[in-house]
Design a protein around this ligand. Structure first.
Ligand code: F6P
Length: 359
């Protein structure tokens, strides 16, 4: 009988509970014991580690669709690789993690995390040398290499789409524009996908340079006097500081274009998990359990061309844009962004959506 641990790290998103519930269900049917690590690495480092053992009552099926993480993602300032490095406690943190994993006697750890958590797990892989480490990618940013889908992204696109659908009605009533700032860090996938879903007039993402005057001309010549300009939080405008949506809004106002800003913020990370995210969660959970049964380790579940499989963390790391974090000595993170040949870019352009200076 195997003993497996499940841990959620990084920012929350919708779909985490579905993965947790499906992992438990599949593991229980195999006769395995399942332990939930509370509050990510912070709970794992505690003495004794904050852990619960799952049974059939722990996470009822009807809760599995809800956003957030039943296991929590850590309180502000929680102990993780980043905060440990910043406070000079990385050595202590690494030793504590290894000690806790040994005490728990787990055969495998399923880490449901984003780009940072998975990269950092790989950079500190010695910690997991005595157990199987299986990662499941989750993030609304869609910045994880080697997988076409991540848990939480589809629900985030849906949330953002619903938010903008509502704004479009008031925009029309007042003949004005809304500049909506999306999440996504430096990756424009969330803005790009939602922008196409709502029929945005412009989508600004950090992967594509834009010309503010070209944007203004595009809005002035638009066939309507209302609409939505989606601005990904990662963009910047030379010579300006502050929130990107505010910067764009000020420029539009100066050009005589009536507009307001809107910030959906963390509503993008919540909302009932879409069917598509739930199916993805079930596929990733099944794939992770099979990987454990096959004695795999240092792998991540991934979807590519509709096929679900595991990829090695070494390949995951090499496939991203690897950057050194100046705040964390010896650590690097791996990111993936909207590529210039992303099919949605051409679709957006063909629909007359301003994307920046793409030529
Ligand atoms: O990485 C997920 C994400 O939601 C980003 O899109 C966003 O920039 C960030 O986390 C927000 O983090 P916090 O919850 O700490 O404000």
């Amino acid at each position: 009988m195997k003993k497996i641990g499940i841990m959620t790290t990084g920012g929350d998103c919708s779909g985490l509970n579905t993965v947790i519930q499906r992992l438990y269900r599949g593991a229980a049917l195999r006769g395995w014991r399942v332990f939930g690590i509370m509050d990510g690495t912070d709970g794992l480092c505690a003495t004794p580690p904050h852990v619960i053992e799952f049974n059939n009552e722990t996470l009822p099926i009807e809760w599995a669709r809800m956003a957030g993480s039943f296991l929590h993602n850590g309180h502000p300032g929680a102990l993780n690789f980043e905060t440990a490095a910043h406070s000079g406690r990385l050595g202590h943190f690494n030793r504590q993690l290894r000690k806790s994993l040994r005490e728990l006697g787990l055969d495998a750890l399923v880490l449901i995390g984003g780009n940072g958590s998975i990269s950092l797990a790989w950079c500190n892989r010695d910690i997991y040398s005595d157990i199987q480490l299986i990662c499941i990618p989750k993030t609304i940013d869609m910045d994880i290499p080697l997988t076409d889908k991540t848990i939480g992204f589809d629900t985030a696109v849906q949330q953002l789409t619903s938010f903008c659908d509502q704004l479009m009605l008031t925009a029309r009533s007042h003949h004005r524009w809304f500049v909506v700032q999306t999440m996504g860090r430096d990756c424009g996938q969330l803005a790009l996908n939602a922008g196409i879903a709502i029929g945005a007039s412009a989508i600004l993402i950090s992967e594509i340079k834009f010309d503010i005057n070209a944007l203004i001309r595009h809005i002035q010549r638009a066939p309507r006097d209302y609409g939505i300009i989606l601005v990904s939080e990662g963009i910047s405008l030379r010579g300006h500081s502050g929130r990107p949506a505010d910067m764009i809004s000020r420029k539009l106002t100066a050009a005589g274009i009536a507009n307001r800003t809107a910030y959906p913020e963390h509503t993008q990370r919540v909302g009932d998990t879409t069917a598509s995210d739930r199916i993805l969660a079930a596929r990733f959970a099944d794939c992770a359990l099979n990987a454990i049964a096959n004695n795999e380790t240092y792998v991540m579940t991934a979807i590519h061309n509709c096929e679900c499989k595991t990829v090695s963390l070494a390949d995951f790391f090499d496939a991203g844009y690897v950057t050194t974090d100046p705040n964390i000595p010896d650590l690097q993170t791996s990111d993936a962004y909207v590529s210039p040949d992303d099919a949605l870019l051409e679709i957006a352009t063909n629909l007359g959506i301003y994307l920046g200076e793409t030529k």
